[in-house]
Design a binder for this molecule. Structure first.
Ligand code: F6P
Length: 342
C-alpha cells in the first residue's frame, strides 16, 4: 500500500513527531510505502510530492515546523479541485492519505472522505479548539511558551508599576489564554467566549494596584468588548478559508486602560513565537501516539476517522465529530480563573 501524508494550516510543534511515527510504523509494521505531499492540500492538488521514508525522518522528533511544508490551500475553493486531487492520487499510485491539520484541513478531509477519498485525520492546533479530542498536540507547547512570557513580564510590571497586557493566540477559543493565565497568575484573562466589560477590567486594574501588585492581563486575539464597541482591530484581509486576519486587541486594550485609569500600560503580542521551536515532551508523546494510531487506522481501512485523545487512550472518532463544532471554554471553566481576577 502507498500512503500519502500531508500537513495543513498553521505550523504547530509536534507535526514532525506525527510524520515520524506514521512513517516508522507504516514501514516497519505494515510494510507500507509513504509519500510526502508538500504544503497541505496544495500537494495533492498540484501533484507536489517528496520522498518520505525512515531516512527523511531521522532527527526530526524535536524539530518544530513541518518537513512537508504547510499552506492554507482549500481545494473546495478551486475549480475542479476535488477531481484534480483524485487524478493526482491515482497518478502517484497513492491508495490512502493521512491528513494532519486543524479545523480547516480536517474540514477538507471530512468532505473528501464523504466523496469517497480514503483519508484518516490527525488533529493539530495550538488553539486546542477541535471537538472530539481532549487535547490537540501543540497546545501544551504554546501554553508553556505563554506562561514563561507571563512569568517574565511580572517582574517588569511590578518594578515599573505598569499594566502589562499579553496578547496570545486564540481566534474563537480562549484555551491558551485560560491555561497560561491560570499557570502564570494573571490578574485578568479575556477570551472570545466571554465578551468583556472595559469598565470592569479598569476597576480591577485599580484594585490590583491598591493591593501593591501590578496587573497582568492575558487577552486572546479574538476577545471582544461586550458592547461591541469596535475595540478589535482587523486588517480586513481574509485567507482561503475566509478567516479575517486578527490582531490588535492587546494594543487597543492597553491604550484604553491607560487612558481610563491614568496608569501606564504596555502590550506584548506573543504571535507566532507560540507556534515556533521545539515541542514539549507532552506534545511529542501525544503527536507520536496520534501518528502510530493513524497509520494503524489506515491499515484497518478505518477511513473517515480522526484520532482523538480520550483520557489516556487514543480512539478513532468520525472526522465530522472533530470538525463539526469548535470546542470552546465553558462558563464554568472560565469561572475558575475569575477567582483570581483583580
Ligand atoms: O490556528 C492556529 C492559529 O495560531 C490561530 O490561533 C491564529 O489565529 C492563526 O493560527 C494565525 O495564523 P497565521 O498567522 O499563520 O495566519
Amino acid at each position: 500500500m502507498r500512503v500519502g501524508v500531508l500537513t495543513g494550516g498553521g505550523d504547530c510543534p509536534g507535526l514532525n513527531a506525527v510524520i515520524r511515527a506514521v512513517v516508522r510504523k507504516g514501514v516497519q509494521t505494515h510494510g507500507f510505502e509513504l509519500v510526502g505531499y508538500r504544503d497541505g492540500w496544495r500537494g495533492p492538488l498540484e501533484g507536489l510530492t517528496m520522498p518520505l521514508g525512515v531516512e527523511q525522518c531521522r532527527g526530526i522528533l524535536p524539530r518544530g515546523g513541518t518537513i512537508l511544508g504547510s499552506s492554507r490551500t482549500n481545494p473546495f475553493g478551486v475549480e475542479g479541485g476535488v477531481e484534480r486531487i483524485r487524478e493526482n492520487l491515482a497518478a502517484d499510485g497513492v491508495d490512502a492519505l493521512v491528513a494532519i491539520g486543524g479545523e480547516d484541513t480536517l474540514g477538507v478531509a471530512t468532505r473528501l472522505a464523504e466523496l469517497g477519498v480514503d483519508v484518516v485525520g490527525v488533529p493539530k492546533t495550538i488553539d486546542n479548539d477541535l471537538s472530539g479530542t481532549d487535547f490537540t498536540f501543540g497546545f501544551d507547547t504554546a501554553v508553556n511558551i505563554a506562561t514563561e512570557a507571563i512569568d517574565r513580564l511580572h517582574t517588569t510590571a511590578e518594578s515599573h508599576h505598569r499594566v502589562l497586557v499579553v496578547e496570545v493566540m486564540g481566534r474563537h477559543a480562549g484555551w491558551i489564554a485560560l491555561h497560561s493565565g491560570i499557570a502564570g497568575g494573571a490578574s485578568e484573562v479575556l477570551i472570545p467566549e466571554q465578551p468583556f466589560d472595559i469598565d470592569d477590567v479598569c476597576r480591577r486594574v485599580e484594585t490590583r494596584f491598591q493591593t501593591q501588585y501590578a496587573p497582568i492581563i492575558v487577552v486572546a486575539e479574538g476577545a471582544v468588548p461586550a458592547d461591541g464597541s469596535g475595540m478589535t482591530l482587523t486588517s480586513g484581509e481574509k485567507d482561503a478559508f475566509g478567516h479575517v486576519r486578527l490582531g490588535g486587541i492587546g494594543d487597543r486594550l492597553a491604550a484604553e486602560i491607560e487612558q481610563r485609569t491614568g496608569k501606564e500600560a504596555r502590550a506584548v503580542v506573543l504571535g507566532h513565537v507560540q507556534r515556533g521551536g521545539t515541542p514539549t515532551a507532552f506534545d511529542r508523546w501525544l503527536a507520536t501516539r496520534f501518528g502510530l494510531h493513524a497509520i494503524d487506522a489506515v491499515a484497518d481501512g478505518a477511513f473517515g476517522t480522526m484520532m482523538a485523545l480520550r483520557g489516556t487512550r487514543i480512539e478513532r472518532v468520525p472526522l465530522a465529530e472533530g470538525t463539526g463544532e469548535l470546542k470552546v471554554v465553558s462558563a464554568e471553566e472560565y469561572a475558575e480563573a475569575q477567582v483570581f481576577f483583580g
